[in-house]
Ligand binder design. Structure first.
Ligand code: MG
Length: 266
């Protein structure tokens, strides 16, 4: 071997060694996860439907949103019927864009039946209200005809707490007392989720209710344990869609009034 061949041989051996070592050192390659970018966790469809909020009409009254079912718009009680004689007309008094309980004719209820919904209604205790405790402007709004959210004058007037305004009657007291004084309008916004029943007639999921009065939370997704009985404990009775009932209470105090009632089914 001459000098030139020797140099070549040494170089070849050295190069082979380097390649061998580097091949040995090279790690197995796996697919790399793509790096997260902001857009990867953003989705654009389906777009929620556009709902136009009601316009402010003064006196704190805001007209219903564009997709609401209007239950009272100041004109008549055509969306309501007598609860006593189903199908018969609701005979409460409509005057000047509001309606007032007529205690002689009993409860009224919506002609339409509902499951889950968002309900808006406004009610006013008369300025000259008399009486105490439960006998002071007592009324109420029933979900699916069975579960009463209390309406009562509790402005500087006490009663049992699970029967005060915004209680799930005889079950859950409101978180706070958010009453406006007699003569002023109170606003209820109620989100109600209908129950789901088991085969044996018990609740798989009880009904729940969220109640906001005058923008203030009274019931926070409260589970309802059954019908709201005056005497005795709540009963669980399987049912389907039901009406909204407004209560004509037998107390001797001056009757209360309602206005601006609408509902959005969920
Ligand atoms: Mg009541």
């Amino acid at each position: 071997m001459n000098k030139r061949d020797l140099t070549r041989t040494v170089l070849f051996a050295a190069l082979s060694g380097i390649i061998g070592v580097s091949a040995y050192a090279q790690e197995k390659e796996y697919p790399q996860q793509e790096r997260m970018k902001p857009g990867m966790s953003e989705y654009w469809t389906p777009q929620p439907p556009v709902v136009t909020p009601g316009a402010c009409q003064g006196d704190g009254l805001i007209s219903p949103p564009s997709d609401a079912i209007v239950l009272f718009d100041g004109k008549d009680l055509s969306a309501w019927e007598s609860a006593r004689e189903e199908g018969g007309p609701a005979r409460w008094t409509v005057k000047d864009g509001i309606f007032t309980v007529d205690k002689k004719t009993g409860d009224i209820q919506t002609r339409q039946k509902f499951e889950s919904y968002q309900l808006h209604l406004e009610w006013r205790i008369p300025e000259n209200i008399s009486g105490t405790s439960q006998a002071r402007g007592n009324s109420g709004v029933y979900m699916q005809g069975k579960y009463e959210i209390q309406i009562l004058d509790c402005y500087n007037s006490e009663t049992y707490v699970n029967g005060q305004t915004g209680s799930v009657y005889k079950q859950t007291p409101p978180l706070v007392n958010a009453m406006r004084k007699p003569g002023e309008w109170n606003v209820y916004d109620i989100i109600y989720v209908a129950p789901v029943f088991k085969e044996d007639g018990g609740y798989r999921y009880p009904p729940t209710v969220t109640v906001i009065q005058n923008g203030i939370l009274l019931q926070n997704h409260t589970a309802i344990s059954g019908t709201t009985e005056y005497i005795g404990f709540p009963q669980v009775q399987p049912h389907g869609a039901g009406p909204i009932i407004l209560q004509s209470h037998g107390d001797p105090s001056e009757p209360i009034s309602f206005r601006n009632i609408w509902i959005r089914e969920l």
